[in-house]
Design a protein around this ligand. Structure first.
Ligand code: IPD
Length: 271
């Protein structure tokens, strides 16, 4: 009996980067008329544009053309069980509200999961050209137009009160009321709060040392799969609440120097 060959994370990453670049071009071209075809999903403020759907369609086509036996999970409905052990987790535009308002903080996010573990991830911001990538054990990297590629390391904040924290909010008002109460308690205990509007890019910002910590309740797999690997490969402690897996239902990622007090604080605020 032959042992099946595990796919090489670097090869999966190369395919994801090529697909993300194509999707990012499509997303950039669609920005101008983005407001013309908008529908809503879980609430009146949870928007989806025709460009989200077109980007997802392109990504699924490119990935499955190259690897027809893989599975897929996408924010806009792509769901396919594969037979190869590889599943692509896709967010065709993470930060759709920013995309709609032309705020340059949204990303195409693709993760390659192999037998249930994410092994490669890419987040590409079409508005800035910043490309964040990681493979398990291969580190996290940022390349940007006109700048040399660089390896990412999380920051080293000295204490909780000097920790810059990114977070985000869900789309339903009840959820937001509860999240608002948590932020109100957290804010006086940290350096400050940032709300950029894309969970995938928040995790990449942490990897790049642009914030020191990130937490958000109720993300979906496509929001966090690639970004969580990028943050972890940059040295972040990535965790769920009380030993639960990341994203079920809490995602926390933080620089190791303040991991203990930060994780304790967020856990304490979420009884
Ligand atoms: C959203 C963004 C946002 C986060 C929300 C996500 P979408 O993703 O990542 O930052 O706060 O929880 O749903 O809807 O723009 O793909």
């Amino acid at each position: 009996m032959t042992t099946p060959v595990e796919p090489d994370p670097a090869a999966l990453l190369a395919l994801a980067v090529a697909a993300a670049r194509e999707a990012a071009d499509l997303v950039s071209r669609g920005r101008e008329g983005a407001g013309e075809h908008v529908a809503t999903k879980s609430s009146p403020v949870d928007v989806v544009t025709a460009v989200d759907a077109a980007s997802e369609e392109l990504l699924v086509r490119r990935l499955l053309d190259a690897r027809p036996d893989d599975g897929v999970l996408g924010e806009e409905g792509a769901a396919r069980a594969g037979t190869s052990g590889v599943r692509w987790i896709i967010d065709p535009i993470d930060g759709t509200t920013n995309f709609l308002y032309d705020i340059p903080s949204y990303g195409v996010s693709i993760a390659a999961e192999v037998h249930g573990s994410v092994r490669a991830g890419v987040v590409l911001n079409p508005a800035t050209g910043e490309l964040f990538t990681a493979t398990t054990g291969g580190g996290a990297w940022l390349s940007a137009p006109g700048r040399p590629e660089r390896r990412l390391r999380v920051g080293t904040p000295p204490s909780l009160d000097r920790t810059l924290v990114a977070t985000g909010f869900g789309y339903r008002s009840e959820e937001r009321r509860a999240q608002g109460r948590v932020v109100a308690e957290l804010l006086p205990q940290v350096r400050d709060i940032r709300r950029f509007g894309s969970a995938a890019l928040d995790l990449c910002a942490l990897a790049a040392g642009r914030v020191d910590a990130y937490y958000e309740l109720g993300l979906n797999a496509w929001d966090l799969a690639a970004g969580a690997l990028i943050a972890a490969e940059a040295g972040a402690v990535v965790s769920g609440l009380r030993g639960a897996p990341v994203g079920e239902p809490m995602t926390m990622a933080v620089a190791p120097s303040v991991a203990e007090p930060f994780l304790a604080l967020v856990t304490d605020l979420h009884p």
